[in-house]
Design a protein. Structure first.
Length: 272
């Protein structure tokens, strides 16, 4: 059976409310991204058939975890959000026993994780690295990856690249997104977003506003993402010992271009 929510050493608090706010509502998160398959298909296609296990950092409620386990891979799913890991554990109950046995669920911090195991792959899908806000966060993440990689093991992650026009929008403007049924409350709400970019910290804050049509009290969720420009990320990887790097665009295997919205990075630490 899957091992539920095992605590890991090294949990550290985050000073960013937007690192946790959205993930306190796994039902909304799952609904918002239920149709997203391009990254899921990529990770299954890339990892399927390899041996040595997968360490997934930022596993959340298990969108990619479960797909990998269904494809026959043993996955250690790590996240610091207890609500998201509870959602993953609940989803696991509906899976065949063989899939459940391939998944180990661990509550842990990707910046300071220590497990008594190494893996063929360490992955950090869907903007996980955008929750590394400080130099210490970044150093801790790369050290975690190196600590848990087997010889010739690889780190694989993807993240959205900054687009200047998105960083320059009016921070007081709300962008309306129509209406939807919010799954946690069950209410139909009007949805809107606003954005604020801090150029000194390179952090983009997104406020998600939900206003129930029945007139009841509205609420907001906050998401904060550190913005990494591609050449900056290349330098950070090299600085932290990941000398062997392959860069791709948008999960299609093509070289990055000026139009690429997503960077996919496959890398290995060099021998020093």
């Amino acid at each position: 059976m899957a091992q539920r929510n095992q605590p890991a050493r090294g949990l550290k608090p985050s000073l960013e409310p937007g690192a946790t706010s959205l993930y306190a509502s796994p039902a909304y998160y799952d609904k918002a991204y239920r149709k997203r398959r391009v990254d899921l298909d990529f990770y299954v296609r890339t990892l399927q058939g390899t041996r040595g296990g997968v360490l997934e950092l930022g596993a959340g409620s298990g969108r990619i975890t479960l797909a990998l386990a269904r494809a026959g891979l043993a996955v250690t799913a790590v996240d610091s959000s207890p609500t998201m890991l509870d959602a993953l554990s609940e989803r696991l109950k509906a899976e065949p026993l063989a899939v459940q046995r391939r998944v180990r669920v661990v509550m842990g911090d990707m910046r300071a994780l220590t497990l008594d195991e190494t893996f063929r792959w360490v992955i950090a899908p869907f903007n996980t690295v955008l929750h590394l806000y400080t130099p210490d966060d970044i150093a801790g993440f790369f050290l975690t990856a190196k600590r848990h990689l087997r010889p010739r093991g690889e780190l694989l992650f993807d993240y959205a690249t900054p687009r200047v026009r998105d960083l320059a929008v009016d921070p007081q403007r709300w962008y309306k997104g129509g209406s939807l049924i919010e799954p946690t409350s069950g209410k139909r709400v009007r949805y809107a977003e606003r954005f604020h970019y801090s150029p000194q910290r390179q952090v983009l804050s997104t406020w998600l506003h939900f206003a129930p049509i029945d007139g009841s009290e509205p609420w907001e969720l906050l998401l904060t993402h550190r913005q990494f420009f591609p050449q900056e990320m290349r330098a950070l990887l090299t600085l932290h010992g990941f000398d062997k790097q392959q860069w791709f665009a948008d999960f299609g295997g093509s070289a990055p271009s000026a139009l690429s919205d997503v960077m996919v990075v496959r890398c290995q630490p060099g021998r020093r």
